[in-house]
Design a binder for this molecule. Structure first.
Ligand code: HDE
Length: 705
């Protein structure tokens, strides 16, 4: 019999037990499986008494919470991931023995993580930055991590400089500003003193630094790798991912505003596309060339600041990647995924790129502190599908339970297992080496500008204007005049017109003289222009799937027109939304109400790819009286996106102040003004205009800087 029967029956007041396991639901437990009776109240010496140390339920909960965070990645901290698969178009056994490239019937599962480089995990998606494009192939012969970027060249040539680059780019250490951008003194100070960065800087200042979506950017392995076939023959290779949706970007002015309106713009876009079944897809292409061919190039293929122009070595399509499943848990998968440049498989090998060498070390090293020990390969998202058998044992967070007493090799007590596989296993390509041990670089590494000029020459006038504006924006934020001048002196070696325009944009009276060249007479480049380097080279497949379209509505709207546009766009896979001044219903002129899905305040025009304004006199008048609605139209126009207006809607659009024609006087193919009766021809024209994405001819030619 209990000592005090009165007290053993005590229960908390029933109102405080918000949810109890009454009908066979899953009961709340501690981490050791003890069922918890009350998750609202800690254990106390009386309702008004002190909390008791013996409360193991409270202590476990708080202790676990205290340790929920792990260090974020030192670079690429902000990222978004997805699962998918790769399938090759054919067997490429002639090039490589890599198992994922042997059989078109074989699907290899994979996990991808896209990222920004500089910002912290909570930064905006739309910072001007390089994007990471890391793919983990779970092949049946081990994991192959292709840890690339959306830009094919890098800032530096040798791993020795990486910590300096990142220290210069990250927020300045005394006051931790700016959080996610490169528009500050230390970054440009470093860049202006590191001429090898000129080429990548041209890419980052281009609209490539501001993708419209992760789904609409290319990916590159950056370094030269090797492919090795079963006969042991090796060729050099560059990896390219090409998006089926085409390469598209946002405007810098949009990027700045999206950062406020929806800092998760890219993360949301990827998530929603996969949830909607519009699976993002890329084609994997390879540039393949021999050691002999490489020797003849005007640049060194071991230099990560150089591309191999596609005119010199075309890209061979070899397969496709489809992303078809969102992660179940962000932390468990996207955060804990550990990409390592050292993870390669038989059939793929490293080149002697001195930047790659540092990476082979760095990634495993960083996971040890980020994920708490050497057993991160056992975390589900990192675990290979290939069997793991070795004699590595113990360490922090070990999950596997190896059997037996043998953890060494050679052994006889376990029958010699696990055996070395000899030539069946991974074997490094036996590249002959006969050189002195030195700290230095090959001579061609010193040509810092030829390919930056090639990039500039390959851009359209609109792209060039955007590059000039980007330099102006970034350098205007730089406080130290000498740094600004040195950058202009650096890009003076790329193109006079670029340096002159940037100098003018910065209010310099004189264009600084170009920096001295490190290589007196750079080798003659093979190509002067490469059309593949323009963002417009890959317009996509013409589909409007997943494009976000706003339909502006107000009381009195012509609901028949609005619904026809909505249905027509939805049928083609676009995401059409009724956008109004506030949530709730608007009364249409036809009598049936329309439900406003989002408001102009929460989803301004920068979050959409196009806008439609249906007819209806009263609605057009109401929209005309709303500042937000006029801004919506003007913003859509300024950012070169399509506008459709029907009936009375066209008066609202015309009165919002958008020019009726292009600056050239030609009709604007992105500005579609129709009568109500022309709805049938309006919709296909609108779809075609959306498929073009941007109508850049609205920017003057040449565009004003
Ligand atoms: Fe990385 N890089 N990197 N990097 N990198 C990291 O590894 C490093 C480089 C790239 O989504 C870190 O797990 C060094 C080039 C991507 O998880 C770290 C050098 C390219 C990601 C690291 C480079 C990349 C990283 C930080 C010069 C394009 C994100 C956290 C020698 C080919 C992967 C981590 C993900 C991440 C080191 C240069 C791409 C510290 C030392 C070149 C996409 O290990």
């Amino acid at each position: 019999m209990p000592n005090n029967p009165r007290k053993t029956a005590t229960q908390p007041p029933s109102g405080e037990l918000h949810q109890t396991a009454s009908s066979g639901g899953v009961a709340l437990t501690t981490n050791t499986g003890t069922v918890v009776s009350d998750d609202q109240n800690s254990l106390k010496a009386g309702p008004r008494g002190p909390a008791l140390l013996e409360d193991f339920v409270l202590r476990e909960k708080i202790t676990h919470f205290d340790h929920e965070r792990i260090p974020e990645r030192i670079v690429h901290a902000r990222g978004s991931g997805a699962h998918g698969y790769f399938e090759p178009y054919a067997s490429f056994a002639n090039l490589t023995r890599a198992s994922f490239l042997q059989d078109p019937a074989k699907r290899t599962p994979l996990f991808v993580r896209f990222s920004t480089v500089v910002g912290p995990a909570g930064a905006t998606d739309l910072a001007r930055d390089v994007r990471g494009f890391a793919v983990k192939f779970y092949t049946d012969e081990g994991n192959f991590d292709l840890v690339g970027n959306n830009i094919p060249v890098f800032f530096i040539q040798d791993a020795m400089k990486f910590p300096d680059l990142i220290h210069a780019a990250k927020p300045e250490p005394h006051f931790q500003m700016p959080q996610a951008g490169t528009a500050h003194d230390t970054f440009w100070d470093f860049i202006s003193l590191t001429p090898e960065s000129t080429h990548v800087i041209m890419w980052v200042m281009s609209d490539r630094g501001l993708p419209r979506s992760f789904r609409m950017m290319q990916g590159f392995g950056v370094h030269t790798f090797r492919l090795v076939n079963a006969a042991g023959e090796s060729r050099f290779v560059k990896f390219h991912w090409s998006p089926v949706a085409g390469t598209h970007s946002v405007d810098w002015d949009e990027a700045l505003k999206i950062s406020g309106a929806d800092p998760d713009f890219h993360r949301r876009d990827l998530w929603e596309a996969i949830e909607a079944g519009a699976y993002p897809e890329w084609e994997l292409g390879l540039q393949i060339f021999t050691d002999e061919e490489a020797k003849g190039f005007s640049f060194d293929v071991l230099d990560a600041t150089k591309i191999v122009p596609e005119e010199l070595v075309p890209v061979t399509p070899v397969g496709r990647m489809v992303l078809n499943r969102n992660p179940d848990n962000f932390f468990a998968e996207t955060e804990q995924v550990a990409f390592c440049a050292a993870h390669i498989v038989p059939g793929i090998d490293f080149s002697n790129d001195p930047l790659l060498a540092g990476r082979i070390h760095s990634y495993i090293d960083t996971q040890i502190s980020r994920l708490g020990g050497p057993n991160f390969h056992e975390i589900p998202v990192n675990a290979p599908v290939a069997q793991v058998h070795n004699n590595q044992r113990d360490g922090m967070h070990r999950q596997a339970i190896p059997r037996g007493r043998v953890a060494y090799e050679p052994n006889s007590l376990a029958g010699g297992c696990p055996f070395q596989a000899g030539m069946k296993g991974f074997t490094s390509f036996p590249e002959p080496l006969h050189e002195d041990k030195v700290r230095g670089k090959p001579e061609k590494f010193a040509d810092h500008y030829s390919q930056a000029t090639l990039f500039w020459n390959s851009q359209t006038p609109v792209e060039k204007a955007h590059i000039i504006r980007a330099f102006r924006f970034e350098l205007t934020k730089v406080q130290v005049r000498a740094v600004r001048e040195r950058v202009v002196a650096m890009i003076g070696n790329v193109a006079d017109e670029l340096a002159e325009a940037v100098a003018a944009g910065l209010g310099m009276d004189e264009v600084p003289r170009p920096l001295p060249l490190a290589l007196g007479e750079p080798p003659q480049p093979e190509v002067d222009v490469s059309s593949a380097l323009s963002l417009f080279a890959r317009p996509g497949n013409g589909s409007i799937r997943t494009r976000q379209v706003a339909i502006l509505v107000a009381d009195g709207v012509d609901s028949a027109g609005a619904k026809t546009i909505h249905a027509g766009l939805t049928e083609r896979g676009a995401v059409a939304r009724y956008v109004g001044a506030r949530l709730g219903r608007v009364q249409s002129k036809n009598g049936d109400p329309l439900e406003v899905e989002v408001t102009m305040e929460t989803m301004p025009s920068v979050l959409f790819d196009a806008v439609a304004v249906p007819g209806g006199d009263a609605a057009a008048k109401a929209l005309g009286g709303l500042g937000h609605a006029a801004e919506f139209i003007v913003g859509t126009y300024r950012h070169c996106k399509p506008i459709l207006a029907l009936g009375a809607g066209r008066h609202f659009v015309e009165n919002a102040g958008v020019p009726a024609t292009l600056p050239s006087g030609e009709p604007d193919p992105g500005l579609l003004l129709f009568d109500d009766a022309q709805l049938n021809s309006a919709l296909p024209a609108f779809v075609e205009a959306i498929a073009k994405h941007r109508h850049n001819a609205r920017e003057m030619d040449p565009p004003p800087v």
